[in-house]
Ligand binder design. Structure first.
Ligand code: SAH
Length: 363
């Protein structure tokens, strides 16, 4: 839980205010804490954003809430629609920073890929967002605001949420954890923990803290290489948390029954796509309860990398399947609208029209 000092001196955004914080405020106001549940029901269940309509609260509490809270969602600056039904949303935040989310409907689910930071500071060599550096962390309200804004205008509700947009979720730990608590709390947004995946480059210390959060959220780990020398090149964070440390953390990570981790592996031609890579990958993952998502690299102009040929991708996949790993190839969604999470902001920064960053499909 993000421990902020109580500051009720100026109005704050109700979206993003955690249950714990509201309880703290109510207890300070000498209001029964079960009232928090009533307010949350109005806001997240009935979507009421006018305190005066919350008729089971006293008039004085209603006006006190109105004095201290406002409701604000990130402004949708632009929607880009793909032929495959996906929509990329560009949000303009209060300070003009742009972040984006991608809505990806399919027959079985409607997935939202959302951002946790504007830019990123991990500097992975294959990722276009890295070229932005870290502009800033998003607040809890900006994170859940992406969900609420998209859900508010789509006819079909979001069923799955993937934290795979711009940024490294565990590098913006407090606000992300608060957002996850709000999303999954039965008092608030009530999204099942099974329907949420947080993708990380493997910040092992944060993963160890995260497993104690009582959240039981699925983790996806971007492994992306089968040896430390290559991973050092691709993901500088590997120098701090090398593969053996990351794998050890995954082996010890408590999982609920029938759950498993997702291992993401960006396939880069002649870098990490050999038979030897597949063999080493299988060896690392031997005792890790996981499924593997292979992501053929999405090229962009300034990048030296290329995706492997289709045949190589399939050979790599088949080897892992023969080794009894559930292995999927994550195909490009929304390619026609440059629908990769983080792409628009990255694009405006490096001015590479037609470029393509990460592609995301339901994990
Ligand atoms: N920082 C987090 C989440 C954002 S990136 C993480 O590293 O997991 C989400 C996924 O997209 C990661 O698996 C990343 O390795 C992958 N990715 C980034 N750039 C890519 C590209 N150009 N092509 C294919 N996948 C990419």
């Amino acid at each position: 839980m993000n421990n902020k000092t109580l500051d009720t001196s100026r109005p704050q955004n109700f979206f993003g205010t955690s249950e714990a914080r509201l309880k703290e405020i109510f207890s300070n106001w000498k209001v029964e804490t079960y009232r928090v549940h009533q307010v949350f029901t109005w806001v997240y269940h009935y979507r009421c954003t006018n305190f005066s309509e919350m008729t089971n609260l006293s008039k004085s509490l209603r006006s006190r809430l109105a004095e201290n809270f406002y409701f604000s969602l990130p402004k949708i600056q632009h929607r880009t629609h793909s032929k495959d039904g996906s929509t990329k949303y560009s949000f303009e935040l209060d300070d003009g920073v742009i972040v984006e989310s991608v809505w990806m409907p399919s027959d079985s689910r409607n997935t939202l890929c959302l951002s946790t930071q504007a830019g990123c500071r991990l500097n992975c060599s294959f990722c276009l967002t890295a070229s932005l550096g870290l502009q800033r962390n998003l607040t809890t309200s900006e994170i859940i605001g992406q969900y609420l804004a998209v859900n508010g205008e789509q006819e079909n509700q979001i069923t799955n949420i993937v934290f795979m947009g711009m940024g490294e979720p565990l590098d913006n730990y407090g606000p992300v954890v608060d957002a996850l608590h709000l999303m999954t709390s039965p008092e608030a947004m009530k999204v099942s923990t099974r329907k949420i995946t947080v993708s990380t480059a493997g910040l092992v210390d944060k993963m160890k803290t995260f497993q104690k959060e009582n959240l039981a959220i699925n983790l996806a780990v971007s492994l992306n290489a089968s040896d430390n020398a290559t991973r050092d090149q691709l993901m500088p964070i590997n120098k701090k948390y090398p593969i053996e440390v990351l794998i050890d953390c995954l082996k010890k990570y408590p999982l609920k029954p029938r759950r498993r981790h997702t291992i993401e592996y960006v396939l880069l031609a002649d870098v990490n796509d050999s038979d030897e890579d597949a063999r080493r990958l299988a060896k690392w993952l031997r005792d890790v309860p996981c499924k593997i998502n292979l992501i053929p690299f999405n090229s962009f102009d300034s990048s030296e990398y290329r995706p492997p040929a289709e045949e190589r991708i399939l050979q790599f996949q088949n080897f892992l399947i023969e080794q009894n790993f559930s292995t999927f190839v994550r195909r490009n969604r929304a390619a026609d609208i440059l629908g990769a999470c983080g792409q628009l902001a990255a694009q405006s920064a490096v001015n590479t029209p037609g470029s393509s960053g990460a592609s995301f499909e339901n994990p």
